[in-house]
Design a protein around this ligand. Structure first.
Ligand code: G3P
Length: 219
């Protein structure tokens, strides 16, 4: 599964990119606003740090304006993927931009039927939100399973991006289901490294080594 980082923060992206395991970045208007720079500027900086798909979301809500904004965002860098919301206007704009070979990530997807519409419109990526469904007492991961099945049934090339992943368990479940991509905040990427037996095992290896070789040196 490709790992995308769900952040517009440059420090977090530099740290994650240094590990060599980051395949892309997703942003949204809330994440861009948090950093305080105009979107064009922030996305250009992100493209310098991570070599992979970088999603940049439009804020327009009418198809015509979405298309214009999408074209501008796509012109920032060849790695930019234009992010559009799953509304009637968003799907219309997806159809137009996809035909121009502009790659579109359709976001705010909460049903399998919505995901089918995005695939039919030519979306490059569909972003179903797992955590936000969990927040409502539903099992968000079931949506990922449904979409992966439907896309497989019909050979839709649209990639499934499990979004709103909030824990290492979410990440594992999305990967087991066969989601193509998982996007998660930096702290979730960081948490994927952790296991207490890794820490205690390393401590013991180093102590055993030190016992023999420090004693030899001293002798
Ligand atoms: O980028 C969209 C999505 O991943 C948001 O996650 O945790 O705000 O529901 P969250």
């Amino acid at each position: 599964m490709k790992i995308f980082v769900d952040t517009a923060n440059l420090e977090e992206l530099r740290a994650a990119a240094a590990w060599g395991i980051v395949d892309g970045v997703t942003t949204n208007p809330s994440l861009i606003a948090k950093e305080g720079n105009p979107i064009e500027e922030q996305i250009a900086k992100i493209c310098e740090i991570v070599d992979g798909d970088i999603s940049a979301e439009v804020v327009a809500i009418e198809a015509k304006a979405m298309i214009e904004e999408g074209r501008k965002l796509a012109a920032i860098h060849p790695n930019v993927v234009v992010k559009l919301p799953l509304t009637r206007d968003g799907i219309q704009a997806t159809s137009v931009l996809s035909k121009e070979d502009i790659r579109v990530n359709v976001t705010l997807c909460f049903t399998a039927n919505q995901a089918m519409l995005a695939a039919k419109a030519g979306a490059y990526i569909i972003s179903p939100f797992v955590g936000r469904l969990d927040d409502l007492g539903m099992t968000g991961m079931e949506l990922i399973e449904e979409i992966v099945t439907i896309y497989d049934n019909y050979g839709y090339p649209t990639q499934v991006l499990a979004a709103s992943l909030r824990s290492p368990l979410h990440v594992k479940e999305a990967a087991l289901i066969g989601s193509h991509i998982g996007t998660m905040p930096f702290k979730v990427v960081d948490s994927l490294f952790n296991h207490p037996l890794t820490d205690s095992g390393l401590e013991r290896f180093l102590k055993d080594y030190e016992k023999v070789f420090a004693a030899q040196k001293a002798g």
